[in-house]
Design a protein around this ligand. Structure first.
Ligand SMILES: [Zn+2]
Length: 295
């Protein structure tokens, strides 16, 4: 289990979730928990260092072992997201994705939705989304963008909110861009999940400064409420992984288990490891559905 004690740190900034003055206590060695609402974040990041993380290398060994090489698996996971979206709304109308990367989700979503578009700050994957997939994928900072007259029936934020220095501004902007009754869907780690609590500081989702925000069901719900979104469902997200991707991800993290994963990968052979896969759901990634509240 986690050890949740030690030094109190007083920050001058506001808590992204409860908007109170951010007085935190240090937990799990390097994370900070708001004493008022329990929101856990990483406060030690330098904004320029954060922006520099998201170059092409992010998708080819930095954060993901080989993003585009895993396209078939990723598309299967994205189609599962769409099946989960269908629990809350008909798959129709307009959809916008924040953090669309190579556009694989948008490409799957446009089989159902009438209009899809997305944005990312990372240029290289967007080039693929535009040139190869022909998507409306914009290179920009979502928070700085203008959407004159545009409203969306669904906005999706997959595995992205944990990376954003101001998650409250992100969700407030998303809420403002939803049509009446529009739906926000997001996935992010659940630091309150059993696996996260058992793994403690070793939980795979804990890697600042790439991951800055560590939501629980309670804190993501509270933030949604504060920006005018009502959480109508929280499910867990399942992801399809090839054996290659599983072992390469573990190898990327190094250490004894990383070395073992590398050896297993060599033994299995890369081609075979890429051809076999499994659905994985450790129960620690939340799929959150929230509806725009009527004014
Ligand atoms: Zn707080």
């Amino acid at each position: 289990m986690t050890s949740l004690t030690s030094s109190a740190v007083l920050n001058t900034e506001r808590c992204a979730v409860c908007a109170g003055a951010l007085e935190t206590e240090r937990i799990l060695a390097r994370l900070d928990r708001c004493r008022a609402c329990g929101f856990i974040s990483y406060q030690g990041a330098d904004p320029e260092a954060i922006a520099a993380l998201y170059d092409e290398g992010y998708f080819t060994g930095g954060e993901y072992p080989d993003y585009l090489g895993q396209q078939d698996s990723l598309r299967r996971s994205m189609r599962m997201h769409l099946r989960q979206i269908a629990h809350y709304m008909p798959l129709a109308g307009s959809l916008f994705e924040v953090g669309c990367a190579y556009g694989l989700f948008l490409d799957e979503a446009r089989r159902h939705f009438d209009r899809v578009a997305g944005v990312d700050i990372c240029a290289v994957p967007l080039e693929y989304a535009r040139a190869t997939l022909g998507l409306d994928a914009r290179e920009d900072d979502f928070l700085a963008m203008n959407f004159p007259g545009e409203r969306f029936d669904a906005i999706c934020v997959w595995d992205t909110i944990e990376h954003i220095p101001s998650p409250d501004a992100l969700l407030a902007k998303a809420a403002s861009l939803l049509s009446s009754n529009g739906m926000l869907f997001l996935t992010t780690g659940d630091i309150g999940a059993l696996n996260a609590r058992v793994r403690g500081a070793s939980w795979r989702q804990i890697h600042p400064p790439s991951h800055l925000n560590y939501f629980s069901r309670a804190t993501i719900s509270r933030l949604c409420e504060r920006v005018g979104l009502q959480v109508v469902g929280i499910e867990t997200a399942a992801y399809f992984h090839t054996i290659f991707n599983l072992l390469a991800s573990i190898r990327l993290r190094g250490g004894a288990s990383g070395g073992l994963a590398g050896t297993l990968l060599k033994l299995a052979g890369e081609r075979r490891a890429r051809s076999v896969g499994v659905w994985l759901n450790l129960g620690d990634i939340m799929f959150v559905a929230a509806r725009k509240r009527a004014d």
